[in-house]
Design a binder for this molecule. Structure first.
Ligand code: SF4
Length: 94
């Protein structure tokens, strides 16, 4: 039996335009969302209840809702993406 995830996409409906959730058409998550705990499976794709257009979110940099990576800006202004370990997350109290 398929595992049932959080009811975060409750009430979502597949329409001709895409997945309708909360009055918005939401787009499937992108590769960079892999590992993010917010991504929720719906039918054969995963969607993000936090952001309707994950692709656009990542084009502007690191998704600030992501649970699996965190952006850090180095001294010379370079943005680094650090994968977060579950243990680190726990240590930070999240
Ligand atoms: S919160 Fe960000 S990283 Fe996570 S699934 Fe949504 S768009 Fe992707």
């Amino acid at each position: 039996m398929a595992k049932k995830k959080v009811a975060a996409l409750e009430g979502a409906k597949m329409t001709e335009q895409g997945l309708l959730y909360n009055g918005f058409i939401i787009e499937p998550v992108v590769e960079k969302c892999d590992g993010c705990e917010r991504a929720v499976a719906f039918e054969d794709a995963k969607y993000c209840p936090s952001y309707a257009q994950p692709d656009r979110k990542w084009k502007n940099g690191v998704c600030n809702f992501a649970t699996h990576v965190r952006a850090e800006v180095s001294k010379d202004g370079e943005v680094k993406i650090n994968p977060l370990k579950a243990s680190k997350r726990a240590a930070r109290g999240r």
